[in-house]
Design a protein around this ligand. Structure first.
Ligand code: AMP
Length: 280
């Protein structure tokens, strides 16, 4: 219900085909896909762990901020503080996408209605929907090509969006009984950078705010940072997870089951969560 190309039911069916027995579904800033995924999970004998990928922003000195995605596993989907914040984010994403469409329309015959045709009703709008529209118009051959060219954050068509502060999001997730895990950390860490450049202070702030875990096994987490992240997790008794971040066959190169979470770590998530009971 955000930027994956499979419907929640198709996602679960494809997971079953790929031999996945337990699957987390974490759409951006919405819980709209949970029910459909849970029902499909019962049909296909896949245990579905409902979650959200919360878009957040963290100030990193001066007036510079970075985009940080925080996975919220098993929060109460009716928690009013969380629901309100997610609604605010989704509304701002619509305004931001409309602004990007207006800029793109100066050079391409794109309209907001065309973008809406690529989204199920009520779902979270992001650059992937713009990418799909541009692909359908023949402007770019694939989603990835759109991201590396006209939709890149340095492109003149790019507009940034409102996101809740990362530390506030961690507190909101905890308040809703969820477990917070930082998604694919350090994906922008330069390949040649020294290990001493790793942002220890940034993680200290997140851990101080109550972060529960780190997603380490993910194709975009830099190899040279993984051991550092594992040591950090041990030091602070954090959960570590692995995930595919699958977005559909044509959504991204990521394939179902390509990275996994250890059963003991899943158990820690289940033990720490109190917002929503994971279906058996
Ligand atoms: P947005 O949050 O609207 O700025 O868009 C970012 C989202 O686009 C991320 O959460 C990814 O899921 C998706 N994304 C980023 N890079 C790519 C890519 N190369 N191909 C497909 N999807 C991407």
């Amino acid at each position: 219900m955000s930027d994956g190309l499979d419907t929640p039911a198709e996602l679960v069916q494809n997971a079953a085909k790929a031999g996945v027995t337990t699957l987390a579904i974490t759409d951006h800033d919405t819980t709209l896909g949970w029910d459909e995924a849970i029902i499909a999970g019962r049909q296909h004998q896949v245990r579905v762990i409902p979650g959200i990928e919360v878009s957040t922003r963290q100030l990193i000195g001066g007036n510079r901020s970075i985009s940080v995605h925080i996975l919220a596993y098993l929060p109460d989907p009716t928690n009013s503080a969380l629901v309100q914040e997610l609604e605010k984010t989704r509304r701002s994403r619509i305004e931001r996408a409309k602004k990007m469409v207006a800029l793109l329309a100066e050079d391409y015959p794109i309209t907001w209605e065309m973008v809406l045709a690529h989204l199920p009703e009520g779902s979270t709008v992001g650059r992937p929907a713009l990418a799909d529209t541009l692909v359908s118009m023949g402007v770019v051959p694939t989603r990835s090509d759109a991201f590396t060219s006209i939709l890149h954050s340095h492109s003149r068509y790019y507009v940034s969006d409102y996101s809740v502060d990362t530390t506030d999001a961690i507190a909101l997730i905890r308040g809703a009984g969820g477990v917070s895990v930082i998604a694919h950390p350090l994906i922008d860490f330069p390949a040649g950078a020294s290990m001493t450049d790793l942002p220890a202070e940034f993680f200290k702030i997140l851990i101080g705010a109550g972060l529960n875990g780190i997603e380490i096994e993910h194709r975009s987490v830099p190899k040279q940072a993984k051991q550092w992240l594992k040591n950090l997790a041990v030091k602070h008794n954090l959960i570590t997870t692995g995930s595919s971040d699958y977005h559909g066959i044509d959504g991204k190169d990521n394939r179902l089951g390509e990275n996994r979470t250890e059963p003991a770590m899943l158990q820690r998530i289940l033990d720490q969560a109190s917002g929503f009971e994971a279906p058996l």
